[in-house]
Design a binder for this molecule. Structure first.
Ligand SMILES: CSC[C@H]1O[C@H](OP(=O)(O)O)[C@H](O)[C@@H]1O
Length: 364
């Protein structure tokens, strides 16, 4: 996507040296656009753990380059396996991370150590190109859902969408998943407006989705996470569309904490609840998301403190809870398939069922 007219992806090889990796420091957005240069697998792991880089498909792509950086230091079998394991362990819920590392290992194991660095950069580059293409296709398929709503309305009527967390281009290599259809609808002139869940505790919606949509000129309104049900109850939401970190073969959806509650409100108010994902987010080995998907527990400090910019324009963090109050911070929840209207993938849309997914991915 473009920032001030300049096209960007969310990860790229530094053109000056041909090997270090550039990402945006997402903990500095929306107030500062800082590009981080990563030169070691340790720096990549730190960036993923601290969420300087985040978003299921993107952490997979960045971890793939992290393995390429590791191979520059030591391309032996033992080091490659050890570094792959370390990178895969940086965050537990997004299956794309594990998929990307497995794909890199499967492509590199047969390669002679002396040739592994070049092969790793090539494979990581393919992962990035495929993600961008998949998300663009998700955009085209999701656009049809928005067009369908518009077709049944007087021309120009505002179409109100709600999204949770950030599943935009900055959460992927490019285009995004949940936001891709919205960008395409806006660009073709449909009158779309987005209710943006702030998405406590890290506020990916308030800080990242609002920044993305504002940068692209998409009308949006930031809301408290707890406001979504009220807006649906009052007919102000036509469609909920979110991203995901892992979808089971039966259609259960792991996504940012709070998604499940949004799905419950959507069902109660008969609002379509769609989930956008590339096939790299499907975990075919898992049937029951609630019992089998590992939910990341993050630091209590993400609950007790909030990041922002003070009145002097300085980025800071402030404490919002009493000293000594314990805090719990599950970072994801699982929405059962029965609450999901459908899945939007790069091969089209389908019901949130095993039959639906296998109709699109019969090779699995
Ligand atoms: C396109 S995947 C976006 C997905 O990832 C986010 O998690 P995090 O910000 O913790 O990396 C969130 O669950 C989004 O829906």
């Amino acid at each position: 996507m473009k920032i001030n007219g300049t096209p960007y992806r969310s990860v790229w090889v530094n053109e000056k040296d041909g090997w270090s990796i550039h990402i945006f420091d997402q903990t500095r957005l929306p107030f500062s656009l800082d590009i981080l240069r990563l030169t070691t697998q340790q720096e990549v792991a730190h960036a993923i753990r601290t969420m300087q880089v985040r978003g299921a498909p993107l952490i997979g792509a960045v971890a793939a380059y992290g393995l390429a950086l590791a191979l520059r230091q030591d391309a032996s079998d033992a080091a490659m396996e050890q570094n792959a394991t370390m990178l895969a362990a940086t965050r537990p819920t997004a299956v794309n991370l594990h998929w990307a590392i497995d794909r890199m290992l499967n492509s590199l194991r047969p390669v002679a150590p002396a040739d592994r660095v070049a092969a790793a950069y090539a494979e990581a580059g393919r992962i990035c190109n495929e993600d961008a293409a998949q998300n663009e296709a998700i955009g085209r398929h999701g656009l049809e859902l928005i067009r369908e709503i518009a077709k049944n309305r007087p021309a120009g009527t505002q179409i109100n969408l709600l999204t949770h967390c950030n599943a935009g281009w900055i959460a992927t290599v490019d285009w995004g998943t949940a936001l891709a259809p919205i960008y395409m609808a806006h660009d073709e002139g449909l009158n779309v407006h987005v209710w943006v869940d702030e998405t406590r505790p890290r506020n990916q919606g308030a800080a990242l989705t609002a920044w993305e949509l504002g940068s692209h000129g998409v009308p949006h309104t930031v809301i408290a996470d707890n406001a979504g049900g009220h807006l649906m109850q009052h007919g102000k939401v036509d469609l909920v569309i979110v991203g995901t970190d892992r979808v089971t073969r039966t259609g259960d959806v792991a996504n940012k904490i709070g998604t499940y509650l949004k799905a419950l409100a959507a069902q109660d108010n008969k609002v379509p609840f769609w989930v956008a994902l590339p096939s790299t987010t499907i975990d075919w080995s898992v049937a029951n998301g609630v019992t089998e998907i590992p939910i990341e527990e993050r630091a209590a400090s993400e609950i007790t403190h909030v990041a922002g910019r003070d009145e002097n324009g300085k980025q800071t963090r402030v404490q919002i809870t009493p000293d000594g109050s314990p805090a719990a911070n599950p970072a994801f929840d699982v929405t059962p398939a029965r609450l999901v209207t459908g899945l939007i993938t790069e091969r089209g849309v389908c019901p949130a069922t095993e039959e639906g997914l296998r109709s699109l991915f019969p090779e699995q």
